[in-house]
Write a protein that binds this ligand. Structure first.
Ligand SMILES: Nc1ncnc2c1ncn2[C@@H]1O[C@H](COP(=O)(O)OP(=O)(O)OP(=O)(O)O)[C@@H](O)[C@H]1O
Ligand SMILES: O=c1ccn([C@@H]2O[C@H](COP(=O)(O)O)[C@@H](O)[C@H]2O)c(=O)[nH]1
Length: 238
């Protein structure tokens, strides 16, 4: 079998992608499909850490949060990512993959707190680590949490999985003439104000020289192809 191109990766899963074709929440068939992809990669011996978004449940900047104190709304968003993380870890358990959820905000009765050395230990033991509650701070996003945790654990790459299959010249959902980059530098992505990830996440990855691959989790086999070093999605580089 071809050897994986990476030993340790940080996978950022879109919360929105979890909805499948539903208007919100977690679509069972979708999460099972995602977990099957994750399990395949984990069984290849790749050390896998995951950050999952919360956009399928709550966003601090969503219309539903209008009029709310922003920090309060953001804490609700972080709690939404805890729910997604628990669902993801449980779906992994059902296919025989051991996962540990670690939260950036203290909810000890529900999940263990994020402690870096413990996370590293789990990864070395071959467990999948799911980082919940984003960075633990309002005014950030789970993309920035992915950049932060990816840097902390020494991941070789951040794999940003979403419904769209890469970084486009404009949001392809709004502009049908948008074209996809096969590679783009962090500086260009920031200066073009591409909304695919927030500038904080791009800047942190740039400063830490941590490349990002943006790809479609909806495309069958895409995650495995990436892990094997094949060409998928868009590479964002220094
Ligand atoms: N230039 C662009 N290239 C690709 N996608 C773009 C671009 N600009 C905006 N987008 C949009 O960015 C979004 C990124 O999706 P994703 O689900 O990862 O967002 P997210 O905020 O991280 O989600 P979640 O909170 O659910 O995890 C997509 O909806 C896509 O349409
Ligand atoms: O570090 C963080 C991460 C997230 N939030 C809040 O949660 C929601 C959901 O995260 P997404 O990245 O949009 O999926 C986000 O909109 C914020 O409201 C946060 O405050 N801090």
């Amino acid at each position: 079998m071809t050897k994986p191109a990476y030993k340790r990766v940080l996978l950022k899963l879109s919360g929105e992608a979890l909805m499948g074709d539903d208007p919100f929440g977690i679509n069972r068939a979708t999460i099972e499909r995602m977990v099957a992809d994750v399990a395949e990669v984990s069984r290849m011996g790749v050390e896998l850490a995951i950050v999952i978004g919360g956009g399928n449940i709550f966003r601090g900047v969503a219309p539903g949060a209008q009029g709310m104190d922003r920090a309060t709304a953001d804490y609700m968003g972080m709690l939404a990512t805890v729910m997604n993380s628990l669902a993801l870890a449980d779906a992994m358990r059902q296919v025989g993959i051991t996962a540990r959820v670690m939260s950036a905000i203290a909810i000890d009765q529900v999940v263990e707190p994020y402690v870096r050395p413990k996370a590293l230990q789990y990864l070395e033991e071959g467990k999948v680590v799911v980082f919940a509650a984003g960075t633990g701070n309002p005014f950030f996003t789970t993309d920035t949490a992915a950049a932060l945790r990816g840097s902390e654990i020494g991941a070789e790459i951040v794999l940003k999985a979403m419904k769209v299959d890469g970084v486009y010249t404009a949001d392809p959902k709004k502009d049908p003439t948008a074209t996809r980059f096969s590679t783009i530098s962090f500086d260009e992505a920031i200066s073009r104000h591409l909304q695919v990830m927030d500038a904080t996440a791009f800047a942190l990855c740039r400063d830490q020289k941590l490349p990002i691959k943006v790809f479609s989790i909806v495309k069958p086999g895409a995650l495995k192809n990436l892990i094997l070093g094949e060409d998928e999605g868009t590479l964002v580089h220094v």
